[in-house]
Design a protein around this ligand. Structure first.
Ligand code: M6R
Length: 608
């Protein structure tokens, strides 16, 4: 989704903004722009396309002098990606400029009202309404105008705003879209996410909903919507600055796949103490764990897939019924959350609009929510009643890999803990599962080391039209993620099916040479999946099998086999996903796709 960067300070603003925007490219965008106050007036340059177009247009910022400005990468919602619809947007006199991330839901009535007052619109965006509305309320006091606008608009917004009459200030405003501010001795910064300003400062402030920040070169002030000043403490970001860089890898996605052994270790090991699982941040007593009657897991995309995996483990190991729901469905379907229901939301970014809404809906219904979140200080992390962090570090590639792996670990730990406390998981099994968990990082490393073999196989499929992923039980959950990885970055149509469901319709799509990836890691379901493989092979499919070491029987039904090291049946997802991630990655690379920034996608989906 859109990215915002702003700067006011001792240095030229444009190069800092351009560099900051480059660190937000991962969020997904289709046009870019900047507004800089040049000492006389606000100049805007903007363009459809990649950031390099704006860099060329401004000679790396050199043609836009000035020490205060705002910049934007736009992911189109209202109006096509075009020069005109790109942000920033001006008021008519070009004395106010605005960049926006989010959606103004009531922009049509506001636009009509402003037009009736003589305002002229030049773009199709909802954002332009904001520029004119601020102008409408502006009587010399920017803060007053901004807070009046906040009372009028509905929807989500993170805004950067500059006023030609107040060139010593820039403004940041937020409601339901991410925005942070930071400061160093040379100036103050606005950004949608930490990587944009990490080079300049580690001291950041999280802006809460419906707060405004006035930034000057040497200080910042925070206000609520009633213009009352608010106290605010900075948070120190302790990431390694290299964590958000490619570090010699061709793509962030490849680097992040290679970080998975560490991610798994970092999420796992601090929570294993004296052969037990200790999740301090859970905030639940053993009695409360025993009282759980049902678990609702709510998430989107890959995070949803980890929830589907977890259902099998919670039900199997802790004997708690689990319902897993896509957040965009959950929020509108009047879910029945009875007494004793625990709600878990899962999100890498912690900013996914639908997941955040599901969290709020659950709280409104009187239920505590546990957030499994990667980004520290994100909206979900702040609003959940308890937060279990996945220590994956910054994930930049749009296609998630290491955060997905970390989410799985967090869920395994929870399910095992619940099973032990509730007495449904025998002590010996718990102990052997702990040992299996500790072996996962090394096993993932072994699978990653096999990347050339997967690459050779992937090269044969860069021309594929359709690919099917099949599996049963947890293998079905793995198939869903394998299929998503392939389609989102390579643009090849793919579907995941519960293997037994295939012959209820979809098998008619199998023709000579169609690739079917069959995941068969569950011993109790192995023969069943094998039969499904035979069925598709008989209809001409080329079958890629992913199974456990020793299951050589599979070679009767498969054309190509990938063997996984032995682990507990509930943890196979952590291993099986590695070759499937590599497969998706290498098909996309072979096709020449923009792997880290696939078309139409955004890293964090902050609008519904
Ligand atoms: O930040 P979140 O984990 O809430 O994001 C959820 C999905 O948008 C995300 O997993 C998406 O499906 C990824 N592109 C998958 O690679």
């Amino acid at each position: 989704m859109c990215g915002i960067v702003g700067y006011i300070g001792k240095h030229e603003a444009a190069p800092i903004i351009l560099e900051g925007l480059s660190k937000l490219e991962y969020r997904g965008y289709d046009s870019t722009g900047m507004a800089i106050f040049d000492g006389e007036k606000i100049r805007i340059k903007k363009s459809a396309g990649r950031l390099k177009v704006l860099e060329e247009l401004t000679h790396g910022g050199a043609t836009m002098p000035g020490v205060a400005g705002i910049g934007h990468t736009r992911w189109a919602t209202h109006g096509v990606p075009s020069d005109v619809n790109a942000h920033p947007h001006y008021n008519e006199e070009e004395t106010i400029a605005v960049v926006h991330n989010g959606i103004i839901e009531n922009y049509i009535p506001l636009r009509e009202k402003l037009m009736s007052k003589g305002y002229k619109f030049t773009s199709d965006t909802d954002t332009e309404v904001l520029a004119h509305l601020i102008d409408y309320y502006y009587k010399g006091n920017p803060l007053e105008a901004i807070t009046k606008v906040m009372h009028r608009v509905q929807g989500s917004y993170a805004l950067g705003i500059i006023f030609a009459e107040h060139p010593d200030q820039i403004f940041a405003v937020r409601k339901d879209s991410p925005l942070i501010v930071g400061q160093n001795e040379d100036g103050c910064f606005i950004a949608s996410d930490v990587p944009a300003i990490l080079k300049y400062t580690r001291k950041v402030y999280f802006i809460e909903n419906q707060e405004v920040v006035r930034l000057r070169a040497d200080h910042m002030h925070f206000y609520n919507v009633d213009e009352e000043e608010l106290p605010k403490e900075p948070v120190t970001i302790d990431w390694d600055a290299d964590a958000a860089e490619k570090g010699g890898y061709e793509h962030f996605m490849l680097k992040e796949m290679y970080e998975q052994p560490k991610t798994v270790t970092d999420t796992l090991m601090p929570r294993i103490k004296d052969n037990d699982i200790v999740i301090e941040e859970l905030g639940m007593s053993d009695e409360e764990i025993r009282a759980i009657r049902k678990i609702f897991i709510v998430a989107c995309g890959s995070a949803y897939h980890t929830g589907v995996t977890a259902k099998y483990i919670f039900e199997g190991a802790a004997r708690i019924p689990v319902e897993v729901d896509v957040a965009s469905e959950f929020r509108y379907r009047k879910p029945i959350l009875e007494e004793g229901t625990m709600v878990i939301v899962i999100s890498q970014s912690g900013e996914t609009a639908d997941t955040l809404a599901a969290l709020r809906e659950s709280q409104k219904l009187g239920h505590k929510v546990l957030g499994i979140v990667n980004v520290v200080g994100s909206s979900i992390a702040r609003e959940a009643d308890n937060v279990m962090y996945t220590w994956a570090g910054p994930e930049i590639a749009v296609a998630t890999t290491k955060a997905y792996s970390a989410q799985l670990i967090a869920l395994y730990l929870l399910a095992m803990k619940f099973g032990k406390v509730r007495g449904t998981l025998a002590e010996a099994e718990f102990g052997s599962m702990l040992e299996d968990l500790k072996r996962l990082p090394g096993q993932i490393e072994r699978l990653l080391a096999n990347k050339e073999r997967i690459q050779r196989f992937a090269n044969r499929y860069i021309g594929a039209k359709d690919v099917f992923f099949i599996g049963r039980g947890i293998d079905y959950a793995i198939s869903m993620e394998g299929s998503l990885k392939l389609k989102e970055i390579s643009y090849i149509h793919s579907e995941a099916y519960a293997a037994g469901e295939l012959k209820h319709g979809t098998i008619s799509l199998i023709e000579e040479g169609t690739l079917v990836a069959a995941v068969a890691t569950q011993d109790s379901l192995f023969q069943k999946t094998l039969s499904n493989m035979v069925e598709v092979k008989a209809r001409g499919a080329f079958v890629l099998a992913v199974t456990n070491e020793g299951n050589t029987d599979i070679e009767k039904a498969a054309d190509y086999c990938i063997y996984l090291p032995k682990t507990n049946q509930w943890f196979t997802n952590s291993l099986a996903i590695i070759p499937l991630q590599l497969f998706g990655y290498y098909v996309a690379v072979g096709k020449g796709c923009d792997v880290d920034k696939p078309r139409n996608l955004a890293k964090s989906v902050t609008v519904e």
